[in-house]
Design a protein around this ligand. Structure first.
Ligand code: ARG
Length: 256
């Protein structure tokens, strides 16, 4: 009898140990590794004071992680190549102000949209010559490479017959603004909230021309095979919108 009890006890401990191991393994995969190009304030950027990667997308991703009981690790990667990096498994979510487009949907899955944005034309503050896309004829336009701003400028040039003199494509979204500031470009095509943040950071330098001329929605991008995590993220988004967390993060970066 006693012996049986001992064996029973051992078996139970073994199961408990195995169980713990399984639990630990689950915890390991319970990590969301996020890829972002952190030069896109206010959505993702480096906080110079704390050295931390912050921004609307990253706060939201961290809140999603907290909601799901998953750890969130952020990787700062280059925008051009951010989708290949996802596909090759360097991270499992792109949170990088990425507009949901049909073209991208062919290679990745997007979460439900988490914010709206649109493109604007930005000029130097004193420049009154550019009032809309037609006025970009003969001008040098700076964009971030492979962004929707790049696509829009390319479309103006190739499909709308607007004779843009040159489209200058840069790796970082902040570079086109430097180019504009230095007089090496005449206009920038950029996401409206990002243009707004650049204007705030350098008062008096830039001017936004009119209203956004596109309507875009940002989504988190995942590998097509990652349907389980996608569903969880969408579920967490619903919860965070309902419980006020989303609004809190929104106000932190965009005010009331
Ligand atoms: N919304 C634009 C796009 O999807 C630009 C995004 C750029 N994001 C970034 N973190 N640089 O193409």
């Amino acid at each position: 009898m006693k012996r049986k009890g001992l064996v029973f006890g051992l078996v139970i401990s073994l199961i408990a140990l195995l169980g713990l191991n399984i639990f630990a393994a689950k915890k390991e995969t319970g990590r969301i590794i996020v890829g972002c190009d952190a030069a896109f304030p206010p959505f993702e950027y480096l906080d110079e004071e704390t050295g931390e990667l912050v921004g609307f997308d990253l706060d939201l991703m961290r809140a999603i992680g907290a909601e799901l009981g998953m750890e969130v690790e952020i990787k700062n990667v280059s925008w051009d190549g951010i989708i290949p990096g996802l596909l090759s498994g360097n991270y499992n979510v792109i949170a990088s102000g990425m507009t949901i487009t049909d073209e991208r949907k062919e290679v990745v899955n997007f979460s439900d949209p988490y914010i709206n944005a649109g493109l604007v034309i930005v000029t130097r503050a004193g420049d009154d010559g550019i009032k809309g896309e037609q006025d970009l004829a003969g001008k040098r336009v700076a964009v971030q490479i492979n962004s929707t701003g790049d696509l829009a400028a390319t479309e103006m040039q190739q499909e709308k017959g607007i004779k843009i003199a040159e489209i200058k494509r840069f790796n970082h979204a902040t570079d086109p603004f430097l180019e504009l500031k230095n007089g090496a470009a005449d206009a920038v095509v950029m996401d409206f909230p990002v243009a707004g943040a650049q204007m705030q950071a350098s008062p008096g330098l830039y001017k936004i021309v009119g209203e956004p001329f596109t309507t875009e929605e940002y989504g988190f991008a995942l590998r097509k095979s990652d349907t389980e995590l996608l569903a969880k993220i969408n579920q967490a988004l619903v919860t965070l919108k309902a419980n006020g967390t989303y609004d809190q993060i929104y106000r932190k970066y965009f005010g009331e």
